[in-house]
Write a new protein. Structure first.
Length: 175
């Protein structure tokens, strides 16, 4: 099947898979590819490698959206390719540093949050233990200044302290 080079170039440049690569090449290079080479290139690009971990997400920020990709799996690249990529791509860029610092801060906050919740759940378990449910732990209500204002079924006025006490509060009550 002989298609003139202009038609072939236009067809492959419109291909959603190949267009990304071909549109970055000079026209004389694209024109030099045979039908077989273009089909082989399309198949190679269309079948990406499978990774054990493949997380991709888009994060909306104030004025822009950023994407994050995390890929992990067995190393399949040759030592030569690893050396070449190490030279081509700098690891410690400002963007990488800011990203890693934000991830570390998020990890610390998440760890602190979880440890706080675990700590509170222990206290909550103590609070709802049967022996603590019936126990009374009166607490002073310093904002109530008179016997007349100290009203309610679980409140009582202590004349010697001049304070209103509420018996509903738990002994685990914290400010």
């Amino acid at each position: 099947m002989n298609i003139n080079p202009e038609e072939r170039k236009a067809r492959y440049r419109q291909d959603p898979i190949l267009s990304r690569v071909l549109n970055r090449m000079p026209n004389h290079v694209v024109d030099s590819f045979t039908e077989l080479q273009l089909d082989a290139m399309r198949q190679a690009i269309a079948q990406p490698r499978k990774h054990s971990v493949d997380l991709r997400c888009s994060i909306p920020l104030i004025a822009q959206r950023f994407y994050v990709v995390i890929l992990a799996g067995p190393e399949r690249r040759s030592q030569e390719r690893l050396r070449r990529e190490k030279k081509e791509r700098r690891t410690w860029t400002v963007g990488n540093f800011v990203f890693l610092a934000a991830m570390a801060a998020s990890f610390v906050m998440l760890t602190y949050g979880i440890s706080t919740l675990v700590g509170q759940s222990t206290t909550l378990a103590e609070q709802v233990a049967p022996e603590n449910l019936s126990a009374s732990h009166p607490t002073a209500l310093p904002w109530i200044k008179s016997k007349e204002a100290c009203t309610g079924p679980n409140r009582r006025w202590q004349e010697q302290e001049g304070l209103c006490f509420d018996r509903e509060h738990s002994r685990h009550f914290r400010r």
